[in-house]
Design a protein around this ligand. Structure first.
Ligand code: NAD
Length: 334
C-alpha cells in the first residue's frame, strides 16, 4: 500500500536537497505519496509561523516525516524548532549511523559506528536563568525513564543487528548525579544483554579515542549534548556532514533528517550534497518495509561515488547538486 509521508523542505540548502531527494525517490519508484510543506524562517516572515499548522497536522496523521534542516537563530530567545518537534512528538531516540563508504576516499576506513543520542532532555530542555548581570545558569536534566529507554533501545539494536559492543559516553566523574544516573542505568541494563560487550568512556577521552582508533567503536549511547557533538565528529570520520543520515524515533512517530544544518554558507549556490538526506530517506524506506527500493538507491549512490565523476565540492569534486542527482538517476535507470 502506498505510504503517505509528510515532507518539510526547510531553510538554507533544505529546499535544494529536499527536491533532489524527492526526484530520486520517484525515479526509484518508492511507493510513497508526499505532503510537502515549506517551513522555517522564510515561511515565518510570510505567515508568522515557522511550521504551518497543516504541516504539523499532516505529520500527526502520517506519523512519518522527512525533514530538511531548519535554521535556529542564535541567542534570540527563541527555542530551536528541531528541539520543539522532537519534544512535541516525543521523538526520544536519535539514531545516527556513521559508516565509511569504501567507494569514497575518506580519512578512515572500516568505520561503522551507530550513535544513540537521547533526544528529549539534558541541557536541551532550554531552562536557562539569569542570576545577576554577570551570571547565567542552564539546567541539565537527566531522568530515569528517558535514560532507560534510550539505553535499552541501543542494546536492543545491538541484539537485532548482531552488533558486538555498546559504549556509554558520559562525564560522570564531574557530573556525579546527572551523568552518574545515566551511567548506573547503563550498567544495570547491560546485565540483560550478556552477549554484548558493554563499556563506558568519559566524553573527552571518547573524542581522542574516536580520532586515534575509531574502529574500536560499534554502538554508542549517550545523553543529548554529547550525542549532538559526538555524532558530528563521527560524520567527519566518514567524509563530512553531507553524508550522515539520522532517524528521530518515538513510540508513535518517526522523523528522518540529515544530521547537518541549513548550511547558510553554501545555500542557493546549487552545490549542496543531498546524500545525508537521501540516506535518511533510505532509513525510512527500510523501516516501512520498502527495503528493495532503499537498496536500489544505495547501490546507485555507490556507483556514483566509485566513478568519482559527479561528486559535490564537499567530497572533493566540482559537480553541482543537479549533476550529482542526474548521475544517480542514470544509475537507477541502468
Ligand atoms: P551546518 O551543518 O549547517 O554546516 C556546517 C558546515 O558543513 C558548513 O560549512 C556547511 O557548508 C557544511 N555542510 C553541511 N551540510 C552540507 C551538505 N549537505 N553539503 C555540503 N556541505 C554541507 O552547521 P551550522 O552552520 O552550524 O548551522 C547552520 C544552521 O543550521 C543553524 O541555524 C543551526 O541551528 C541549524 N541546524 C539545524 C539542524 C536541523 O535542522 N536538524 C541541525 C544542525 C544545525
Amino acid at each position: 500500500m502506498t505510504q503517505t509521508i509528510t515532507v518539510f523542505r526547510g531553510d538554507g540548502i533544505g529546499p535544494e536537497i529536499t527536491d533532489a531527494v524527492l526526484t530520486i525517490l520517484q525515479e526509484a519508484k518508492a511507493d510513497l505519496a508526499f505532503e510537502i510543506f515549506d517551513v522555517g524562517e522564510a515561511v515565518y516572515h510570510k505567515t508568522g509561523f515557522f511550521i504551518p499548522e497543516n504541516g504539523l497536522e499532516s505529520f500527526r496523521q502520517n506519523k512519518i516525516l522527512l525533514k530538511s534542516p531548519i535554521t535556529t537563530p542564535i541567542g534570540k530567545g527563541f527555542r530551536s524548532l528541531n528541539v520543539t518537534l522532537r519534544n512535541q512528538f516525543d521523538l526520544w531516540a536519535n539514531i545516527r549511523p556513521a559508516k565509511s563508504n569504501p567507494c569514497l576516499d575518506t580519512l578512515y576506513k572500516n568505520i561503522d559506528i551507530v550513535t544513540f543520542r537521547e533526544n528529549t532532555e539534558d541541557l536541551y530542555i532550554g531552562e536557562e536563568k539569569k542570576i545577576d548581570e554577570d551570571t547565567v545558569i542552564a539546567i541539565k536534566k537527566i531522568t530515569r525513564t528517558a535514560s532507560q529507554r534510550i539505553i535499552r533501545a541501543a542494546f536492543e539494536y545491538c541484539r537485532r543487528h548482531h552488533r558486538k559492543k555498546c559504549t556509554c559516553v558520559h562525564k560522570a566523574n564531574i557530573l556525579k548525579q546527572t551523568d552518574g544516573l545515566f551511567l548506573s542505568l547503563f550498567q544495570e541494563i547491560a546485565k540483560d544483554y550478556p552477549e554484548i560487550q558493554a563499556n563506558d568512556l568519559i566524553v573527552d577521552n571518547t573524542c581522542m579515542q574516536l580520532v586515534m582508533h575509531p574502529q574500536q567503536f560499534d554502538v554508542m549511547v549517550m545523553p543529548n549534548l554529547y550525542g549532538d557533538i559526538i555524532s558530528d565528529l563521527t560524520s567527519g570520520l566518514i567524509g563530512g556532514l553531507g553524508l550522515l543520515p539520522s532517524c528521530n524515533k518515538g513510540d508513535e512517530y518517526a522523523m528522518y533528517e540529515a544530521v547537518h544544518g541549513s548550511a547558510p554558507d553554501i545555500a542557493g549556490k546549487g552545490i549542496a550534497n543531498p546524500t545525508a538526506l537521501l540516506l535518511s530517506s533510505c532509513m525510512m524506506l527500510d523501516d516501512i518495509g520498502q527495503i528493495k527500493t532503499a537498496k536500489t538507491i544505495r547501490t546507485a549512490l555507490d556507483q556514483v561515488f566509485s566513478k568519482k565523476q559527479a561528486l559535490t565540492p564537499d567530497l572533493g569534486g566540482q559537480a553541482s547538486t543537479k549533476e550529482f542527482v542526474e548521475a544517480i538517476l542514470q544509475e537507477i535507470r541502468r
